[in-house]
Write a protein that binds this ligand. Structure first.
Ligand code: GLV
Ligand code: MN
Ligand code: MN
Length: 425
């Protein structure tokens, strides 16, 4: 058998998709609670997942370590040690009651691709690095993309003081995890070490399924603004205070939420808005709520559109608070501009898709990804894999094994045919 045929036969005998799905299941079992998947930054589950991923990286022929913020970092040397790298990656934290695929699919697929190169003794004219980011979702502390921001050297140290719902600061959580909050800078990489950053991710929407395609080429990652609102009124007796005299913070929040929904529903340019968290105090059936905290997540296809919508919604919330005599505190907790995928990388992703025999289909990403932070040190490319029913951030999130395999084959082809920017032009 020729070398080429032996390689192809080896790949077919053990499908990359089956290996990936097996590992997705193993990682998906590492959860705060057994009944639903929740894996949050700097928890025992974060540690257990990191240990498992590091072991897979070593098995795939990589040098592997945990970095200063808890990212897992693997490196497969090129034809000689110390070459600049093509970095692949995604995150391994989850939202609460999550699906198994959001994040881990890209990370595990990248490891399987490197393992395939390693099995064949294939070295490339560049190194391949795989990074599993410790926090992309931003569930525990208000800010997101903590892992990739640390790698990009843009981690904002002021967030170390932010506290989780149990009152534990990020600084203390890092120390409890065994990391040094004063040395997060050690996770930072410099742009000249990276040839590009490429991420494979579940689509998290219904477009590829509608198009009946297993994979798609991402054009851009939509920007987002997140805000935290605090409305303060006056707590009081539910039976004695006449309606006209109340300063009910929860009724005020409800009006704000309906207004946000109305603004987004009537927008014709794809604006989406979500209030995903609300907390009322003191929180008793017979007490008028005196204080309410809620969050907002606003996204639109263009930054101009999103910024205009944020200004409009903030004005409307201010007016509601004023009319209801509620004190309002509004803080922007996260803001990311829209990140276009680099045209030269899009072309290489598309070529790999076509070479694997699939139609090339381009689509934007409405969800946020680590590339939004990585773009500060590297050009970014992304490949989407079909998501059943378009369901994500939900336990029913699913990728078929055949699609996981298709994604892996495209990624492997992309790695093996990758040409750095100067060579590509
Ligand atoms: C990440 O999943 C986000 O888009 O919020
Ligand atoms: Mn997510
Ligand atoms: Mn994700």
């Amino acid at each position: 058998m020729s070398k080429m045929n032996a390689e192809t036969a080896g790949r077919q005998a053990s499908s990359l998709g089956e290996e990936i799905v097996g590992r997705i299941d193993r990682l998906g079992a590492i959860s705060e609670t057994p009944a639903n998947l929740t894996r949050i930054f700097l928890t025992p589950e974060h540690r257990a997942a990191a240990d498992l991923i590091l072991a897979w990286m070593v098995e795939a022929g990589m040098g592997a370590h945990l970095d200063a913020i808890g990212n897992v970092c693997g490196r497969y040397e090129g034809e000689r040690p110390g070459l600049p790298c093509l970095m692949l990656g995604s995150h391994y934290d989850t939202v609460r009651d999550a699906g198994k695929w959001d994040g881990p699919l890209g990370l595990i697929t990248a490891i399987s691709c490197v393992a395939d190169l390693h099995k064949r003794g294939r070295r490339l004219p560049f190194a391949v690095e795989v990074t599993g980011f410790a926090d992309e979702e931003g569930v525990r502390f208000a800010s997101t993309l903590l892992g990739s921001r640390a790698v990009a050297g843009t981690f904002n140290e002021s967030v170390l003081g932010s506290k989780d719902s149990a009152g534990i600061s990020m600084r203390d959580a890092l120390i409890q995890f065994g990391l040094d909050p004063d040395h997060i800078g050690a996770a930072a990489r410099i742009g000249s070490e990276l040839l590009a950053y490429i991420e494979l991710h579940i689509e998290q929407g219904p477009v590829l399924e509608t198009e009946q395609l297993p994979v798609g080429v991402v054009t851009a990652i939509a920007g987002a603004t997140r805000l935290a609102a605090k409305l303060t009124g006056m707590a009081g007796h539910a039976g004695t205070v006449p309606m006209a005299l109340r300063r009910d913070a929860l009724a005020g929040a409800a009006e704000c939420i309906s207004r946000i929904e109305e603004v987004c529903r009537t927008d014709e340019g794809g604006l989406v808005g979500t209030v995903g968290y609300i907390h009322a105090e003191p929180g008793a059936t017979n007490v008028i709520p005196g204080q309410v905290h809620f969050t907002m997540d606003l996204r639109a296809p263009t930054d101009t559109h999103r910024k205009r919508a944020v200004t409009d919604i903030v004005r409307q919330i201010e007016a509601i608070a004023k009319r209801r005599k509620l004190a309002l505190q509004l803080d922007v907790t996260h803001e990311n501009r829209t990140v276009p995928c680099a045209p030269w990388l899009k072309a290489q992703v598309a070529a790999a898709v076509a070479a694997e025999g699939y139609p090339v289909f381009e689509l934007p990403s409405g969800a946020g990804h680590d590339g939004m932070a990585m773009v500060d040190i590297a050009d970014v490319g992304m490949l989407f894999v079909r998501c059943r029913g378009g369901i994500s951030h939900h336990p029913d999130e699913h990728v078929d094994v055949a699609d996981a395999d298709a994604g892996a084959r495209v990624l492997l082809r992309l790695i093996e045919s990758f040409r750095p920017r100067n060579a590509a032009q």
